[in-house]
Design a protein around this ligand. Structure first.
Ligand code: PGA
Length: 251
């Protein structure tokens, strides 16, 4: 099954609304018309409206980096899926390892967020991945399987086709250390089999993330189960991000 590659930029806590709009305009200029590849940028909440305006009509989609599972109410500091949709978001990153590490996000919380996003037709980009200790302890597959199973629990086959997964080994995030294409492919294959246990996983895009750069993107994306990239640091530099998008475009 030919899956359209997706390259998503995770801006994390970088860029004000003004800076974000400038980066979006530069990206738009560099990328030109998009065909055979999907592109999204995920700025911090306050920059979403300005970046959305700057991207209008460009084909570059807008995404957020987190969401709360409730629709509204007394949840100070939280943002609902409906609010993101209203701002023109198409994607939302969920379960990023930094959320799990610094904000105590559990598998159960990720599961609730996935359902909240799907309920309004936002596309979740669900992040999974092992720490270095877990990898060294031979637990990679078990950890990833636990995270994937929890995120997908109770979803229907139709849900599975409206969801993106991202394998991001924690030891590769922001470290300059990337999984080798073979290491990544092994886990991506396992993730696709896990999705397959619950429905048809052949259309599900599975992204790789963790120190993806213009220099290593092509080799990773050549692997059969790597359908795109979730890019942190390199997504903040338009020229770098544009080169990764080029690497993702099928020849
Ligand atoms: P990085 O981040 O590309 O800076 O390693 C990736 C991510 O955390 O999504």
């Amino acid at each position: 099954m030919a899956r359209t590659p997706l390259v998503a930029g995770n801006w994390k806590m970088s860029k004000t609304a003004t800076e974000g709009a400038a980066l979006a305009r530069e990206l738009r200029e560099r990328l030109g018309s998009l065909d055979r590849v999907e592109v999204a940028v995920c700025p911090p909440f306050p920059a979403l409206p300005a970046v959305g305006t700057a991207l209008r009509g460009s084909g570059i989609a807008l995404g957020a980096q987190d969401v709360h599972w409730e629709k509204e109410g007394a949840f100070t500091g939280a943002v609902s899926a409906g609010m993101l949709l209203d701002l023109g978001c198409r994607f939302v990153i969920l379960g990023h390892s930094e959320r799990r590490q610094h904000f105590g996000e559990t598998d159960a919380a990720v599961q609730r967020k996935v359902r909240a996003a799907l309920a309004v037709r936002l596309i979740p980009i669900v992040c999974v991945g092992e720490t270095l200790t877990e990898r060294d302890g031979g637990e990679t597959l078990a950890v990833v399987a636990r995270q994937v199973r929890a995120a997908l629990e109770g979803l229907t086959g139709a849900d599975l086709s409206r969801l993106v997964l991202a394998y991001e080994p924690v030891w590769a995030i922001g470290t300059g250390r990337t999984a080798t294409p073979a290491q990544a492919q092994e886990i991506h294959g396992a993730i696709r089999r896990l999705v397959g246990q619950q429905g048809d996983g052949s259309a599900t895009q599975i992204l790789y993330g963790g120190s993806v750069k213009a220099e290593n993107a092509a080799a990773l994306l050549r692997e059969s189960d790597i359908d795109g990239a979730l890019v942190g640091g390199a997504s903040l530099v338009a020229e770098q991000f544009a080169r990764i998008v080029e690497a993702a475009r099928p020849g």
